[in-house]
Design a binder for this molecule. Structure first.
Ligand code: ZN
Length: 124
């Protein structure tokens, strides 16, 4: 594991995340909000993530079941990480918001059909 830093566009929100040294698994989701924002998910367990700055700049948006908490910077509007519904024990970090892009192993996540996609993810 090694430490990567990233954040929003204006620099108000900054975070550090511990990521695997080898290929970093990433999920490319086709749901309504991920398509609109171009979000590329790296799932980071809560304990491997540190918010360095910007807690007071984060604005929250919920829709649908309300289980996910979409967090975006109130200054520049960029969603650099958020609490996903699929992984309640982890944050999802936007690969596009890391300072230096790690090598990714990208898999697709059919978030448009969330229930089935989550079952597949869980190996059901
Ligand atoms: Zn910002």
């Amino acid at each position: 594991m090694s430490r990567h830093e990233g954040g929003c566009h204006c620099g108000a929100v900054r975070f550090a995340a511990e990521l695997p040294d080898e290929l970093v698994p990433a999920l490319d989701c086709n749901c309504s909000i991920c398509r609109a924002t171009g979000f590329l998910h790296i799932v980071v367990p809560h304990e491997d993530f540190t918010l360095l700055s910007g807690a007071d700049r984060l604005t929250s948006y919920r829709f649908g079941t309300g289980a996910a908490e979409h967090l975006f910077c109130s200054v520049c509007g960029v969603k650099s990480f958020y609490q996903p519904r699929s992984h309640p024990e982890a944050w999802s970090v936007n690969a596009h918001c890391l300072d230096e892009a790690p090598e990714l192993a990208i898999e697709t996540f059919d978030g448009k059909n969330w229930e089935q996609a989550k079952a597949f993810l869980d190996g059901e």
